[in-house]
Design a protein around this ligand. Structure first.
Ligand code: 5GP
Length: 214
């Protein structure tokens, strides 16, 4: 969806789908064209996560205060913590053009669909349920209870795969990255999603008409 030129791309995927690694790779490959919309959470940072880059890490009280003030376009409680998409920052991000990737859970994606119905929704899946569990274990950032909670949520999220326009199977990172790039490439050219397509529909086609093209 274009607001001020940027294409909003909504990406979901269960914990263990490898979506964060995939999106980091996408941004590294296209640093001047692709940005991530930074959302807010009350969950504590994992090792290596940076405030303002990975999330805006907020205390629960602060989150509640911002929520009451209409700061979030949507929010959800996920495994005991709150997550929300800042409205203003998202609109500003889109105003800067390029591709803005919003990584949110299935509830968030549904809510955002109400505001940006044309934004392509991409679901990233691990190749097998076993691989999902293996990745979570390997990451080792959650204790066993939290991991089991996340696996249970993941199973529920997988059931909502049909709400998405595109599926990217994340078996090997380079291939998944190519798939994701291809999806964005297509989205930019499809109606009514893509800017290039919109330019033609909105005016550039008249150059041909004026020039006698029939
Ligand atoms: P994690 O704790 O693994 O970083 O995130 C848990 C889940 O919350 C992931 O599915 C992530 O995509 C999602 N999430 C992150 N930010 C938001 C947000 O602003 N809103 C919603 N609804 N989900 C979010």
């Amino acid at each position: 969806m274009h607001r001020g030129g940027g294409l909003l791309v909504v990406i979901s995927g269960p914990a263990g789908s490898g979506k964060s690694t995939l999106i980091d790779a996408l941004i590294r490959a296209h640093p001047d064209r692709v940005r991530r919309a930074v959302t807010a959470t009350t969950r504590p940072p994992r090792p290596g996560e940076v405030d303002g880059r990975d999330y805006h890490f907020l205390a629960r009280e602060k989150f509640a205060e911002l929520l009451a003030g209409g700061y979030f376009i949507e929010y959800n409680r996920f495994s005991g913590n709150y997550y929300g998409t800042p409205r203003r920052a998202l609109v500003d991000d889109l105003g800067r053009g390029g591709v803005v990737v919003l990584v949110i859970d299935v509830h968030g994606a549904e809510a955002v669909r109400g505001f940006f119905p044309e934004a392509p929704r991409i679901f990233v899946v691990p190749p097998t349920p076993g691989e999902l569990r293996r990745r979570l274990e390997k990451r080792g950032t959650e204790d066993r209870d939290e991991m089991e909670r996340r696996i249970a949520i993941a199973e529920g999220e997988m059931l909502r795969i049909r709400e998405y326009n595109f599926i990217v199977v994340n078996r090997h990172l380079p291939a998944a990255l190519r798939d994701l790039e291809a999806v964005i490439h297509v989205a930019r050219r499809s109606l009514p999603l893509g800017r290039e397509a919109e330019e033609w529909r909105g005016g550039r086609f008249s150059e041909w008409e004026d020039g006698g093209f029939v």
